[in-house]
Design a protein around this ligand. Structure first.
Ligand SMILES: Cc1cc2nc3c(=O)[nH]c(=O)nc-3n(C[C@H](O)[C@H](O)[C@H](O)COP(=O)(O)OP(=O)(O)OC[C@H]3O[C@@H](n4cnc5c(N)ncnc54)[C@H](O)[C@@H]3O)c2cc1C
Length: 301
């Protein structure tokens, strides 16, 4: 029924091709290239009571090996575009939620718009970054966003000012509601292009030396707990660096990263996540909470 309602826009995909961990099974996916197409997909899903899930670049997702029952919605075409406006001393960036964050960061540096340097190595979309309130090295999306445009499951558009986005550390109101982020407006500061590019290069070099970027991963697996000790240190203290479950391994370089050494399944990764969480709890009394999101692990998912 869903396929009929959406005609040519849907097809089967393998989630392992759409997630940075390179794991995950089959799913039905729809590609939308405009807010109108997105609205149609959401309305059709609501009509036929089909659950959906919007996927960015899959850089924070552990998708089940058996795939998912939800329609996976992907943003393409015009939903990946961006435009600049505002005076030179108050640059404004309007971007579709499917826009590639590192590319926007590069574009901002070249233009002399400061604020997005932190995002140069975060391999996600604007939608995923707003949803997660992604951040690094003291910067975060919440510091730049001025408003977010969402479509609700009935296809209707709402514009949400930053004060109502519910941003906290790696959290936003969008994690609690059934809406799709369609676009966002960011306000940046004026800056010197050469200095901004140099800062972005410094951040990239730092990331290359600290993170296991040579193997598939999904960034930090666990959120920073309240208190001063970062999850990487808590995990390292248990001696689990290098620990393997099937093809999944706790990175010897950074303990809060789990890497796919070549043939990991999502089940391997999940077993390792559970082992790390339980071991850290026994060792330190701290209950770690995942930053990554799960897709397809429950019967109705
Ligand atoms: C090597 C590496 C380094 C990383 N470094 C960092 C870092 O420094 N800081 C950091 O914060 N994160 C980091 N991450 C994690 C990840 O890149 C970010 O969380 C990113 O913002 C996720 O974007 P995405 O498009 O890949 O979202 P996905 O992983 O595809 O989705 C994540 C969540 O966002 C939701 N979502 C995505 N798009 C939309 C939309 N348009 N509307 C509504 N919901 C949406 C999804 O449904 C899902 O629940 C890293 C990941 C990797 C692999």
């Amino acid at each position: 029924m869903l396929r009929r309602g959406l005609r040519g826009t849907v097809g089967m995909v393998e989630l392992r091709r759409l997630t940075t961990w390179r794991t995950g099974g089959p799913a039905l996916a729809a590609e939308v290239s405009s807010a109108e197409e997105l609205s149609l997909v959401l309305r059709t899903c609501t009509e036929v009571e089909a659950p959906w899930f919007v996927l960015g670049l899959g850089s924070n997702i552990l998708a089940s090996d058996s795939g998912c029952r939800r329609l996976v919605v992907r943003l393409t075409g015009g939903m990946r575009s961006h435009s600049w406006s505002g005076a030179d001393d108050a640059p404004v960036l309007r971007c579709g939620a499917g826009a590639h964050l590192p590319s926007l960061s590069g574009s901002a540096c070249t233009r002399g718009a400061a604020g997005l340097e932190f995002a140069v190595g975060i391999p996600g979309t604007v939608g995923g970054a707003v949803f997660m309130n992604a951040g690094a090295y003291g910067g975060s999306m919440s510091a730049l966003v001025s408003s977010v445009t969402v479509l609700d499951s009935d296809g209707r558009k709402r514009i949400i000012p930053v004060g109502e986005c519910g941003f906290e550390y790696r959290r936003s109101r969008f994690q609690e509601e059934e809406s799709v982020i369609a676009s966002a407006e960011l306000r940046l500061e004026p800056g010197n292009p050469e200095e901004l590019r140099s800062e972005a290069r410094r951040i990239l070099a730092l990331r290359r030396s600290s993170f296991p970027l040579d193997l598939p991963n999904a960034g930090s697996v666990f959120r920073k707990p309240s208190g001063d000790i970062p999850p990487g240190r808590l995990i390292e203290d248990t001696g689990l660096k290098g620990r393997r479950e099937g093809g999944a391994m706790v990175s010897p370089l950074h303990a809060n990263f789990i890497v796919n050494t070549g043939n990991a399944t999502s089940a391997d990764i999940r077993r390792l996540i559970d082992l790390v969480r339980d071991t850290v709890y026994r060792n330190s009394g701290v209950m770690l909470e995942e930053e990554i999101r799960y897709l397809g692990w429950s019967v109705d998912d």
